[in-house]
Design a protein around this ligand. Structure first.
Ligand code: FNR
Length: 361
């Protein structure tokens, strides 16, 4: 691409040019037919905005507070695995970009820099995403290190008892490097004769028996707030509140797990209604524009998480690339607020959007 990217979608092509095919396919792909992958983005396009005019928008305040932590904008960094496959500085570069943008990064359990390296590289507020392993003793040790290193919350991912069928990874025989959070605890360099080595790794180490009762176990070993990531229904949203989570992330794992789940933006409101304001609801899946951030907030999310665009920014230009991605989304979101007549995030309401489910007024 000859000119500078003007939106986050253009970073995808830069990432494609920068990365070996195996890694680009890993970052970009979804499960099976990739129907949900397309829907996550397409469903945003079916939501229209209802701007209000003649509102004083000479000052726009995008800031918000998540679990008591003030951030500059309701755009956070989703946990995505193995950043060193995108750039040698890996998650350290991503965390520094998050700090520069004054937002929260959620570090993946499957990171290629250790949680200690990330913690000492920047003073941003950080959350940690956890997968519970068959070896509960190792998960407990990880949680202990998470606390010791100043992470402020645990984001427990609950949609991955097994890895979704990602056909590009199967064809490419995707290999995971040693994942450094597990160094000295277990080997993550799994090699199988057929298919995705990542799938074989997950099959070997993740606890497929994890259930609602285990939230109690997790609470018994940590005082950190626990959010659960991967809720798509009102039934599970109610259950999550019942077992005492501190927050919910509406997510279909960027369409990498179960294909033919609905676009996340189409189920956000169902979850928000079920939760009824008792805990914050965060959102991810398909956020590519500032207008998408605005739509998610109008439908009740407190903030959005961004996955792939951050990795594309990292692949294209390290820390600076990630910063550009977040800044672009911030700038677009700020402009959307101004043109919609919303000087602060609390001014964004349900009546600022219209969806295909709305009745004619
Ligand atoms: C992910 N995601 C993810 N989620 C998680 O809880 N732990 C993880 O390690 C990963 N790893 C991961 C790797 C890659 C390459 C992608 C694209 C995604 C899911 C991620 O947190 C988030 O739910 C989605 O990425 C959001 O969708 P978008 O923004 O990518 O459309």
């Amino acid at each position: 691409m000859a000119s500078e990217p003007v939106n986050v979608n253009e970073f995808r092509e830069l990432a494609r040019q920068a990365l070996p095919k195996m890694y680009y396919d890993f970052y970009t792909g979804g499960a099976e037919d990739q129907h949900t992958l397309k829907e996550n983005v397409a469903a945003f396009r079916r939501i229209m905005l209802r701007p209000r005019v003649l509102v004083d928008v000479s000052r726009i305040d995008m800031s918000t507070t998540i679990l008591g932590y003030k951030i500059s904008t309701p755009i956070m960094i989703a946990p995505t695995a193995m950043h060193q496959l995108a750039h040698p500085e890996g998650e350290v570069a991503t965390a520094r970009a998050a700090a520069a943008c004054n937002t929260i990064m959620i570090l993946s359990n499957m990171s290629t820099c250790t949680m200690e390296e990330v913690a000492s590289s920047c003073n941003a507020v950080r959350f940690f995403q956890l997968y519970v392993l068959k070896r509960r003793d190792i998960s407990a040790q990880i949680v202990h290190r998470v606390e010791k290193n100043g992470y402020k919350a645990i984001v427990l991912t609950v949609d991955t008892p097994r890895l979704g069928r990602r056909e590009a990874d199967i064809k490419n025989r995707m290999v995971a490097p040693q994942l450094r959070n597990f160094e000295g605890l277990l080997s993550t360099e799994v090699h199988t004769d057929k298919g995705s080595n990542l799938e074989a790794l997950v099959k070997g180490i993740y606890d497929t028996s994890l259930s609602w009762e285990d939230i109690g176990w997790l609470k018994s070993i940590t005082n950190l707030p626990i959010l659960i990531k991967g809720v798509l229904t009102h039934e599970n949203a109610r259950k999550a509140v019942e077992v005492g989570v501190a927050g919910i992330v509406v997510s279909n794992h960027g369409a990498r797990q179960l294909d033919y789940t609905p676009a996340t933006i189409s189920v956000l409101e169902e979850v928000v209604h079920a939760v009824g304001g008792r805990v914050p609801v965060l959102f991810d899946g398909g956020v590519r524009r500032g207008t998408d951030v605005f739509k998610a907030l109008a439908l009740g999310a407190q903030a959005v998480l961004v996955g792939r665009p951050v990795v594309y920014g990292l692949a294209a230009n390290g820390e600076r690339g990630v910063r550009r991605v977040i800044e672009m989304l911030k700038d677009e979101f700020e402009l959307t607020m101004a043109l919609s007549g919303c000087p602060s995030v609390k001014d964004i309401t349900r009546s600022h959007v219209t969806t295909e489910f709305d009745k004619p007024r």
